[in-house]
Design a protein around this ligand. Structure first.
Ligand SMILES: Nc1ncnc2c1ncn2[C@@H]1O[C@H](COP(=O)(O)OP(=O)(O)OP(=O)(O)O)[C@@H](O)[C@H]1O
Length: 446
């Protein structure tokens, strides 16, 4: 069965033992596997226990609980180092409906890395992994993707990742910067023009739609397109046809559409600044990029990634890293890049200290909770738990006890629904119920 799958795939027994491996897997992941003996967590993660017992999500565990297909983005260890992959875990049943094992299909995410790597999306936080999962799903189809996120969160880099992992990868990737373009300039840039179409049009000129033939057209800051131009874009996106300025001939276009904006486009629809029909045309698959302050655990890795690309090899002192992780980064990764580059220039030593960081970082009070995502905002609404005050640490307690203690405290004050609480705790509703039952905790929910 797995030999019929063209992606890397393995078949695993319910107790994590690898029973079969297909050729694409062997070609992609050069690792030693003893069929019938090696477990998935030993082979892929060099762990001695299943992933969920080592602090990672385990799609098989999730699939066991739900009896449905589960997916997760994981970092896999191979003989050639670590690499990101998007995993799909499918439970397999025999003719009588008994579970016989799991089919794991892997998609290597060549555009991302958990180590400093030039030109790749770098990160390892859960928010980052969730974004990778969406990018990979969208890349495989021709659906129109809308990337939304604050300035400097990596929208352009993500659009390149979408293109490079799509079937259009060997065709052009064309960027259209929508900010500041007048109607006439926008139209002639996009569609091209015929000789004599306007004063100065001394020869025919092909437009960017033509330049993107067969590839990807990336509209950066689509929210800045004036209403008067939006109707022309709608026609182009709906019919994949256009007419160069001054021409009567309708031309056929062939491109994959990706749009980005730091503005909330749906809010612009509500205020009448953006056409609703155009919104639905561009937002086939919306992806929200997390702000850097929503993924502070990625800051040390991103800082190292930026330092590696500088000519003089310097490193950050741990106090400087601490300072950075408390800063709110309104300009996100672009701002982090500027800060590191400035600090590297200012530092006289090979180690960049706190004092080399710009005043904006040193003077601004930590803004840890600005712009929280929905789930973290939910946690932030809960009373903060000071473990030191509440837990008498006369002896170190087990993590299991600490978890029970934390759950008890959360449930005492909690007033939302089970679904919301499970989401905020990043577990499935079933897992939450199981944990509550085990710890004998009752909860009043909506
Ligand atoms: N995950 C990441 N890993 C490494 N570098 C990143 C990552 N995300 C963004 N960057 C870098 O941060 C900078 C800003 O990224 P990018 O231009 O893609 O952001 P943007 O969201 O398109 O910004 P804007 O909205 O201002 O156009 C670039 O130098 C990019 O290479």
């Amino acid at each position: 069965m797995i030999d019929a799958i063209d992606k890397p795939a393995i078949f695993i027994s319910p107790d994590y033992v690898i029973e079969a491996v297909n050729k694409p897997y062997k070609d992609t992941y050069p690792v030693n596997i003893k069929l019938g003996f090696s477990t998935c967590y030993q082979v892929s993660h060099r762990n001695s226990k299943p992933c969920n017992e080592c602090g990672e999500t385990c799609p098989m565990q999730e699939s066991k609980e739900t009896e449905k297909v589960a997916s997760a983005v994981h970092i896999h260890s191979t003989n050639e180092g670590q690499s990101y992959c998007d995993i799909l875990m499918r439970p397999i049943f025999d003719g009588q409906g008994n579970l016989i094992g799991y089919l794991e299909i892997l998609d290597k995410l060549a555009f991302a890395s958990n180590t400093p790597s030039k030109g790749k999306l770098v990160g390892e936080s859960d928010a980052f992994k969730a974004m990778l999962n969406k990018i990979n799903r969208a890349a495989k189809s021709d659906i129109a993707v809308l990337l939304q996120g604050e300035t400097g969160t990596g929208k352009e880099l993500v659009s390149q990742a979408l293109h490079s992992s799509s079937y259009r990868a060997d065709k052009p990737f064309v960027v259209i910067e929508c900010t500041g373009l007048t109607d006439t300039l926008f139209e002639s840039e996009l569609f091209g023009y015929e000789k004599g179409a306007f004063t100065g049009a001394s020869s025919n000129k092909k437009g960017l739609v033509y330049a993107a033939e067969g590839g990807t057209l990336f509209f950066d800051e689509i929210g800045d397109v004036p209403l008067s131009m939006q109707v022309k874009l709608l026609r182009l996106f709906e019919t994949q046809t256009y007419r160069p300025v001054g021409s009567t001939v309708v031309k056929k276009a062939n491109f994959r559409l990706i749009c980005a904006s730091h503005k909330d486009i749906y809010a612009l629809v509500q205020t009448g600044e953006f056409r609703q029909d155009l919104y639905y045309r561009i937002a086939g698959f919306p992806i929200t990029l997390p702000a850097l302050r929503e993924r502070p655990t990625d800051i040390p890795l991103l800082a190292e990634h930026i330092l590696r690309n500088l000519s003089d090899k310097k490193r950050l002192h741990k106090n400087a890293i601490k300072r950075l992780t408390h800063y709110a980064f309104p300009g996100n990764i672009r701002e982090l890049k500027n800060i590191i580059e400035q600090a590297a220039l200012l530092s006289n030593e090979s180690v960049i200290g706190e004092c080399d960081l710009p005043d904006t970082v040193l003077r601004t009070a930590p803004k840890k909770h600005a712009g929280l995502s929905k789930s973290s905002a939910l946690v932030a609404k809960q009373p903060t738990l000071n473990m030191d005050e509440n837990l008498i640490l006369d002896a170190v307690t087990t993590l299991e006890k600490a978890e029970e203690f934390y759950l008890k405290k959360v449930c005492q004050h909690y007033s939302g629904s089970m679904e919301e609480l499970a989401k905020a705790l990043n577990v499935s509703v079933r897992t939450l119920y199981r944990k509550l039952q085990k710890a004998d905790i009752s909860i009043k929910t909506k």
